[in-house]
Design a protein around this ligand. Structure first.
Ligand code: URA
Length: 432
């Protein structure tokens, strides 16, 4: 293999063979191909793209660069991946509900990325909760409890860790084939039967438009299916936070309430829609509506919250221990009108300012801070009435209030409320 020839082939718009991709990436992982040549290939891929076969080959060799989870039972293993948003706590509710339905859920999750929150950061608001389980612990807890939510082990898709760090500093993150291979290599290392993707679009999402979200969803569904995993995707709106709470402890609290049957409508709509996709694709239920009823029955019976409690305990956490909340301060509307737009990404940055997210990798989080949305898109607001509650100390609240006032646009007339689940991508309707 001559790395320069592979780079030139992609630079000139050629299609790489699986062998070329495999040899290049293996060389990068073992150190025989240097960063500068890999950066050049990444930029060529960023500019020229990759077809489905190339993307699947890249995913496969990233996946094979490390260990994969192994299962001793024939119970279907399933998972959900979200491309990230503000207030997105669906994983905390969905994993135990799916386990209650007899599925096994080895959910490998991440930390906050940019303005979006991270599942691991939220769960670490539970005293004692461990997110650094070994492969053996992940396998044992999944098989015993039915679900686990933890971080990637060092040996899971190590090629992605090395490539992602290089993409981060070479302006090559925002590439559909590279994002697809990065996400799918980690998910497929869980040895799943079915996967559902929550591809978010809107002001608080990585993908700002529905069309871009659909393109990413098609690429990931095509890659998952090609690699033998039943994969479906929902395109869901992120033009406002999901649920009322955004932060860490506040989102755990909202998830616990949801598992006790008291979740906000939008959060439950997305959670049940994602769960239903998995129950149908894993063959547990025949229709999405029957699947939603089944998930709902585990909320109603209390089985969902009990399963969450069991998972938390298995991971060293204590759900009954105090989760401190910072003092609350209200941000009032500056004039009368209707909530016409929300810059959701700015709300994510406001949470980072509070200390609930990171400005740099080494930052320690304050799990007690966050936001409570008291208004939603289309709601009528009155001057002086609270729109958002901020959990933080008084000095920080004063600084962050301005950010929040600017993020919430108040117009003169009510706007149509946007649909939350705006599209569904399956192997039958993938557009190339
Ligand atoms: N998340 C990932 O894991 N990888 C990407 O490339 C983008 C988002």
């Amino acid at each position: 293999m001559t790395p320069g020839l592979i780079i030139a082939k992609k630079r000139d718009g050629g299609t790489l063979t699986a062998q070329e991709i495999q040899e290049f990436i293996s060389g990068y992982v073992d150190g025989s191909v240097p960063d500068y040549q890999t950066a050049a290939l990444l930029m060529a891929i960023y500019l020229r793209g990759m077809n489905t076969a190339e993307t699947a080959a890249l995913t496969e060799c990233m996946l094979r660069s490390g260990e994969v989870l192994q299962w001793s039972s024939s119970v279907p293993h399933v998972d959900k991946h979200s491309t990230g948003g503000i207030g997105d706590k669906t994983s905390l509710i969905l994993a135990p509900l799916l386990a209650c339905c007899g599925l096994q859920v080895p959910m490998i999750s991440g930390r906050g990325l940019g303005a979006t929150g991270g599942t691991l950061d939220k769960l670490e608001a539970i005293p004692g909760f461990r997110t650094d389980l070994s492969r053996e612990e992940i396998q044992a807890i999944t098989e015993r409890v039915g679900c686990v939510i933890t971080g990637a082990t060092a040996d899971l898709a190590p090629a992605d860790r090395k490539l992602y760090a290089l993409r981060d500093v070479t302006a090559t993150v925002a590439s559909i084939p590279l994002i697809t291979a990065s996400i799918m290599s980690k998910k497929l290392a869980e040895s799943l039967q079915s996967l559902v993707l929550d591809v978010k679009f809107g002001s608080g999402a990585f993908m700002k438009t529905l069309d871009d979200a659909r393109a990413l969803a098609c690429s990931m569904v095509a890659t998952g299916e090609r690699m033998g995993v039943r994969t479906t995707a929902l395109l869901t709106g992120m033009n406002q936070p999901l649920g009322r709470m955004a932060g860490n402890a506040v989102e755990v609290n909202e998830s616990v309430a949801a598992l006790c049957g008291d979740g906000p409508d939008d959060l439950m709509e997305v959670t049940l829609a994602l769960g239903a996709e998995l129950l149908v694709s894993a063959g547990v239920e025949q229709s999405l509506s029957a699947a939603k009823s089944k998930l709902g029955s585990h909320l109603a019976s209390g089985a969902g919250i009990e399963k969450f409690r069991e998972m938390v305990a298995a991971q060293g956490g204590n759900l009954d221990a105090d989760r401190p909340l910072a003092p609350a301060h209200e941000v009032p509307a500056l004039h009368d009108g209707f909530v016409s737009a929300i810059d959701t990404e700015s709300l994510g940055h406001a949470i980072i300012e509070l200390g609930g997210g990171r400005k740099k990798m080494s930052d320690r989080l304050d799990h007690s801070v966050g936001l409570e949305m008291l208004v939603r898109l289309g709601d009528r607001v009155e001057r002086g009435k609270a729109m958002v509650r901020i959990f933080t100390n008084a000095d920080i609240a004063r600084g962050v209030s301005g950010l929040i006032e600017q993020a919430i646009q108040i117009g003169d007339s009510p706007s149509a409320s946007p649909s939350l689940v705006a599209g569904r991508v399956t192997r039958e309707n993938i557009s190339a």
